[in-house]
Design a protein around this ligand. Structure first.
Ligand code: CNA
Length: 235
């Protein structure tokens, strides 16, 4: 890490981190859009964008279930230094976190304030009656025993809206920050990427990613492995 970036971190009053799949690749969970990511493959001839859509869930629930169960769940994955350092900063009140990730690793790292913009795979519910269902039961069957409704994970599918509470909490976290740090995301998914437009006029914008992203004009960036960056980060 360059000294300038460490200085920027040290000077920040309140940092809001905005993270994506690239913070969990070091924990063994593939991202979507890298060369080796999930989107490089087709499943039964269908693109993941369709398989992760509301239309697929409604029209071909078995296909949706097979895809999600086989490709999205990594229950043995452990948080890495990125989740852990961000969690410690959030616990001390110096930072907030908005993540696009659905893998539960921020919570496992002890971050119970995380804003899960796209939900969480390990919270499931019955789409018929709304009842919460343990994700272990979802792994055994897509049907809810009691009313034969179809179970789904509490994640935002393509074609669905972000919850009002996630939007409100995210806007508040963006407005509260004098420094935004975007980590491990291709920054292509909206409305997440549009959140930076609500930052304070003087808020600094830092990007930590292994490829350039469309975040507009940034204060500073680290182009490389996010795990290395966070391992070197002091404080
Ligand atoms: P993405 O579009 O796959 O982008 C990931 C970005 O991270 C790319 O720019 C990569 O080059 C970069 N990257 C990957 N590994 C590293 C690394 N070690 N160091 C630095 N940069 C790295 O994923 P986004 O998060 O941008 O897309 C948003 C989607 C992805 C959300 O809806 C998520 O739910 C979804 N997703 C989540 C997970 C997860 O929860 N772990 C995994 C895969 C996809």
């Amino acid at each position: 890490m360059t000294e300038d970036l460490q200085t920027l971190f040290d000077q920040a009053q309140h940092i809001t981190f905005m993270t994506g799949a690239g913070v969990s690749t070091a924990s063994g969970i593939p991202d979507y859009r890298s060369k080796s990511g999930l989107y490089s493959a087709k499943f039964k001839g269908l693109p993941p964008e369709y398989l992760l859509s509301h239309d697929c869930f409604v029209e071909q629930p078995e296909m949706f279930y097979d895809f999600v169960k086989e490709n999205l769940y990594f229950p043995d994955a452990k948080p890495n230094v990125i989740h852990e350092k961000i969690a410690a900063l959030c616990r001390s009140g110096q930072a907030s976190l908005i993540t696009q990730n659905i893998d539960n690793l921020d919570r496992t790292a002890g971050n119970d304030q995380v804003i899960e913009f796209h939900g969480n795979l390990y919270r499931c519910y019955c789409s018929k009656d709304g009842e919460q269902v343990d994700w272990h039961d979802y792994m055994k069957s897509m049907y809810h025993d009691t009313d034969h409704g179809i179970i789904r994970p509490d994640i935002v599918l393509y074609g669905e809206s972000i919850s009002e509470s996630a939007l409100q909490r995210s806007m508040a976290a963006i407005e509260a920050a004098d420094q935004l740090v975007i980590v491990g995301t291709s920054f292509k998914v909206y409305p997440f990427a549009g959140l930076i437009n609500y930052r304070q006029p003087n808020a600094k914008l830092i990007v930590v990613n292994n490829e350039p992203i469309p975040a507009g004009s940034v204060t500073a960036q680290y182009t490389g492995d996010a795990e290395t960056f966070f391992a070197d980060l002091k404080g």
